[in-house]
Structures are given as structure tokens and as C-alpha cells.
Design a protein around this ligand. Structure first.
Ligand SMILES: Nc1ncnc2c1ncn2[C@@H]1O[C@H](COP(=O)(O)OP(=O)(O)O)[C@@H](O)[C@H]1O
Ligand SMILES: [Mg+2]
Length: 263
């Protein structure tokens, strides 16, 4: 893939600054990148580099203090100094549903069935027709290999199955951008694959995604575009995953990738 044009059909972050209350410096400092519609950005970086904070600000779960976040050239959040303590950004609920997110810990509601978990937000928040939503939920469950589990309770599922339900719960809101934050990090190794296969299939279907992962082979297979974060800044960016993994340009990237190698 080549570098995108200046006007971005897709998703864009410009000069984003995020600082938490009581911190003496920003955790994200002047971050800019574009994600073309239908492409996949993989965000890499060591622990504490700001990856989760980046995804949380994009999801509107944290206000930003500088810069902008846009979809199809429409600004959905702009930085406001003095908002370090606020709980969420002030974007509208309509704009909020345009970005979906799945977290590391499967946060399904324990007192709702699989179907109940997936259909709750579209019925209650988006006021969509219940039978139409249920039919779509069943289609989505089929797509992730869980057609027969719609009436199961979360505690009856494996971690990998719960993450696949969490993906359906995000997809049913038809997000323009899907954010995945280390969604296989808490899974037993044999369940990692079944979840990553679902994500690979989503990428093939053209879902725009930002993915934080420590699965390097998966990152290499799925990324159209990679950024490496360190200390809240982008230290390397590449539109060629193969080249990034084989010939990282910066010493920091070489060092980071080296921590995944065993010889
Ligand atoms: N709610 C918070 N309040 C204050 N500091 C935070 C908060 N969340 C994360 N941080 C700090 O921000 C930095 C980046 O954290 P995080 O985004 O979780 O990194 P990563 O996901 O790359 O491990 C860390 O130094 C972390 O301690
Ligand atoms: Mg994190």
C-alpha cells in the first residue's frame, strides 16, 4: 500500500496530545497518522508507551488536550486544555457508535446470554427493531463460528469464545472503525488462533481497524500500516509490514523487535 493522499477517506489523528491529571508530561505527545478506509493499522510498542491510551482517546473514553480526531474529514473530537480530569470526551452518542472497541478482558455482561449481550446496545441505544437486530446477531455469530451458542451464558464459554462474542457485540453497531486492544493477551495459546482468524477475516472483508497486539507474526500478516510508539511518540511508521519487520529503520524499532526473537 502507498501513503494516503492529504484528504483522508477513513480515519485521521492530527497532533493529538493526551495528558492525565497529576502527570508532569503528556502520555501521548503530538501523535499524527491516517488510516485509509478499509485498511488495517497495527500499533506496536513496549508496555507503558501509550497504546491503550491512544485507543481509548480514539474511542472517546478519554478527553484529549490537544489536536483532533476525525472520520472522513469530520472532526469528532478536538483537544481542550483543562480536561485532564474529565471521564469521557464530549462527542455525541451518534459519533460515539461510529468507533467500536474490544478490550483485552472479555467484558461481557454476566447476567445476559450471548444474544442478549450482542443485541442490547442496538436495541436500547440505537432504537433498532429487535427482531432485525436478533437476526443480524445470529448472522454475526455464524461468521465467528458460534452459530450454536446464542443462548449460552458468558460463564459457559471459553475465553476465545467470549472474545468472539465481544467482537460481534462491537460489529453489530456497524462501526466505521474497529479498535482492538490486545484482545488475545489474556487467552490460552490454543484459543489465540481462533480469535486472530476472525480478525483476519474481518480485514479481508474491508473493515477499517486499529489493532494493538504483541502477536508479531499476526501483525506482519494483517498490517497495511504500522506505527511503533515509545514514550508517547511515534518512533517509526511504515506502509510496508514486510520491510518494517525485516529492516526496521530506527535503533528503537530494531531493539523492540529483537525482544521477540529467540536464537
Ligand atoms: N488513567 C490513568 N491515569 C494516569 N496515568 C495513566 C492512566 N492510564 C495510563 N496511564 C499511564 O500512561 C502511560 C501509558 O499507559 P498505557 O496507555 O496503558 O500504555 P500501554 O497500553 O502501551 O501499555 C503509562 O505510564 C501509564 O501508567
Ligand atoms: Mg495497554
Amino acid at each position: 500500500m502507498t501513503e494516503p493522499e492529504t484528504t483522508c477517506k477513513g480515519f485521521e489523528v492530527n497532533h493529538l496530545v493526551k495528558q492525565y491529571a497529576n502527570a508532569d508530561k503528556p502520555v501521548l505527545d503530538d501523535i499524527s497518522f491516517k488510516v485509509e478506509h478499509g485498511s488495517v493499522l497495527v500499533v506496536l510498542g513496549p508496555s507503558g508507551s501509550g497504546k491503550s491510551t491512544l485507543l481509548r482517546t480514539i474511542a472517546g473514553l478519554e478527553p484529549i488536550q490537544g489536536g483532533t480526531i476525525s472520520i472522513n474529514n469530520q472532526v469528532i473530537d478536538a483537544g481542550k486544555p483543562g480536561t485532564e480530569r474529565a471521564g469521557r470526551s464530549d462527542r455525541s452518542s451518534e459519533l460515539r457508535t461510529r468507533i467500536g472497541m474490544v478490550f483485552q478482558s472479555y467484558d461481557l455482561f454476566p447476567n445476559k446470554t450471548v444474544l442478549g449481550n450482542i443485541t442490547m446496545a442496538p436495541v436500547l441505544v440505537q432504537k433498532r427493531d429487535k427482531s432485525e437486530v436478533e437476526a443480524e446477531a445470529i448472522r454475526l455469530l455464524g461468521r465467528v463460528g458460534l452459530a450454536d451458542r446464542k443462548d449460552s451464558w458468558p460463564h459457559e464459554l471459553s475465553g476465545g469464545q467470549r472474545q468472539r462474542v465481544a467482537i460481534c457485540r462491537a460489529l453489530i453497531l456497524h462501526p466505521e472503525v474497529l479498535l482492538l486492544d490486545e484482545i488475545t493477551a489474556a487467552l490460552d495459546p490454543e484459543m489465540v488462533r481462533e480469535v486472530l482468524d476472525v480478525v483476519l477475516e474481518l480485514a479481508k472483508s474491508g473493515q477499517t481497524m486499529l489493532i494493538v497486539t504483541h502477536e508479531m507474526q499476526f501483525a506482519r500478516a494483517i498490517a497495511d500500516h504500522i506505527i511503533l510508539l515509545d514514550g508517547g511518540r511515534i518512533v517509526e511508521e511504515s506502509y510496508d509490514a514486510q520491510a518494517f519487520f525485516e529492516h526496521p529503520q530506527t535503533e528503537r524499532a530494531q531493539q523492540f523487535l529483537h525482544t521477540f526473537e529467540f536464537e
